[in-house]
Design a binder for this molecule. Structure first.
Ligand SMILES: Nc1nc2c(ncn2[C@@H]2O[C@H](COP(=O)(O)OP(=O)(O)OP(=O)(O)O)[C@@H](O)[C@H]2O)c(=O)[nH]1
Length: 462
């Protein structure tokens, strides 16, 4: 896959830095040379490679590594950050009603990507439909139809119709119930005016909210020209890079994204409907370098720089006692519980609250079931940022969508929302108690009562 051997070769060079606390110019040069070699081999544009190596060199030599950071960590962090900047952010894709048009050359993987994207949106709880307008390639209709059947998503196409614009228009009408329309267009062997005109006309008919260019990872320098032409005619908001599971190099596609100031939306990694990933720059580069989660390394160094002992990754129980309590907070707490242990121990860490308070709760109150946690995780995965931030504003139609997307049921979504409400209320009382005006016994009673049938007291949280 893209830049495949970068991680291997870089690891060797970095190993040689082990034990060193300062970097020499030769050290940096050796690292940069490995990166240049890998990127150029993977078809990344020369000027882009030079730009990247210059900034790595300058930063590695000029930035002062914070105390306690090894030379290896210092340079690895800079390489990681520069590579993340090179691949750019992920294309914004709100989970809401929208029309997405796919464009690209023949064989780039548009039809496959349309069905995969529809599958992806359906897993997020939306109702997608694929509209197939390819009248150029015989077989495109059957292929799209079969894939959509496998993805269990709505499909519209007309094998007998000849006018793609008319198919697109009718497709939008016929699938009016769907909330995400994915419009697949025809490709050609090369970028021809006819192809551009056809896509422009389809664009006028369906008025897409965003258009994505589908690029085969094997494409070389030609990707730049393609991206530019599509960008000029229909405007490209993002790119889907396909066939990353093969031996493809991917550098051409990366260059195209960078040159056109575009972003990557999806990665295709196989021929099945679920062989699709939402592009996520940090994870992508970490995986590429084969070095675990490098974001953590960056964060560790940043913390050292700020000379703070604060463990940013770790949830601080005291946060619960101030400010508003959102589902983001609840999720952080769930993660923290996975790492830190059961709730009673966590509560013990809160100054003034631990020390025996939890002993007064019924034994099973702190029983955290993994299964429940996991189901709540699925539910939260299918929520938007806004929903996580303002859970009280979640209405029935959103509950239905979230339940569908998370593969759970409405009952579980409601349970989570109820849980959040209960926890928020209880925490407010803790806040009150923190100020010394809460009667302990009364609070304990309330906590128990709030549990209702779904689980007891504070322990019914999960
Ligand atoms: N291995 C692998 N194969 C893929 C991937 N995406 C698409 N393909 C294959 O690539 C070939 C072309 O894909 P299509 O989806 O038909 O391409 P298209 O761009 O719609 O082609 P036209 O309709 O002719 O423009 C098919 O055989 C797909 O199975 C991928 O991520 N990995």
């Amino acid at each position: 896959m893209v830049l495949d051997d970068l991680g291997t070769s870089l690891r060797g060079t970095l190993e040689e830095l082990r034990g060193k606390s300062r970097l020499t110019e030769e050290d940096v040069q050796a690292v940069v040379k490995e990166i240049q070699r890998s990127l150029l081999q993977a078809d990344v544009d020369v000027s882009l490679v030079m730009e990247l190596s210059d900034s790595i060199k300058t930063r590695a030599l000029e930035e002062e590594p914070p105390g306690g950071t090894t030379a290896r960590d210092h340079v690895l962090r800079i390489v990681y950050e520069e590579l993340v900047a090179l691949v750019g952010d992920s294309t914004e894709l709100p989970l809401e009603e929208q029309t997405i048009m796919l464009a690209g050359l023949q064989g780039s993987g548009k039809t496959t990507t349309a069905a995969k994207m529809a599958w992806w949106f359906s897993k997020k709880g939306l109702r997608p439909a694929v509209i197939q307008t390819d009248t150029f390639r015989p077989g495109a209709y059957d292929q799209a139809k079969q894939m959509c059947e496998r993805a269990e998503v709505e499909f519209y196409g007309d094998p007998d119709a000849e006018d793609p614009v008319e198919i697109a228009r009718r497709g939008m009408e016929e699938t009016a119930d769907a909330d995400v329309h994915i419009v697949d267009t025809a490709g050609r062997h090369a970028l021809e005016d006819e192809l551009i005109k056809e896509i422009e006309a389809i664009g006028e008919a369906v008025e897409p909210d965003r258009s994505l260019l589908v690029l085969d990872a094997a494409i070389g320098q030609g990707a730049k020209e393609q991206a530019r032409r599509f960008e000029e005619s229909i405007g490209i908001q993002g790119v889907a890079i396909t066939k990353l599971d093969g031996t493809a190099k991917g550098g051409g596609a990366l260059t195209a994204v960078n040159e056109t100031d575009s972003t990557i939306a999806f990665l295709g990694t196989g021929e099945e409907v679920d062989d699709i990933e939402r592009f996520e720059p940090n994870g992508f580069i970490s995986r590429l370098l084969g070095m675990g989660d490098l974001k953590q390394l960056t964060e560790r160094v940043e913390r050292a720089m700020a000379e703070t002992q604060e463990e940013e990754e770790d949830w601080d129980p005291e946060d619960l006692l101030s400010g508003t309590f959102t589902l983001h907070d609840m999720r952080k707490q769930m993660n923290a519980m996975n790492r830190m242990g059961p709730l009673d121990q966590i509560m013990d860490m809160i100054p003034g609250l631990g020390g025996g308070l939890m002993d007064q709760l019924p034994d099973d109150a702190m029983d955290v079931t993994q299964d429940r946690l996991r189901r709540f995780e699925f539910v939260m995965d299918s929520m938007t940022d806004a929903e996580l931030e303002h859970p009280r504003a979640i209405g029935q139609s959103q509950i239905e969508r979230i339940a569908r997307g998370s593969g759970t049921d409405e009952e579980t979504v409601r349970e989570l929302l109820q849980q959040h409400k209960m926890m928020e209320r209880t925490l407010k009382q803790f806040q009150g108690m923190g100020q010394g005006n809460m009667d302990m016994e009364r609070m304990m009673k309330q906590m128990e009562n709030q549990g209702g049938g779904g689980g007891g007291g504070m322990g019914g949280l999960f």
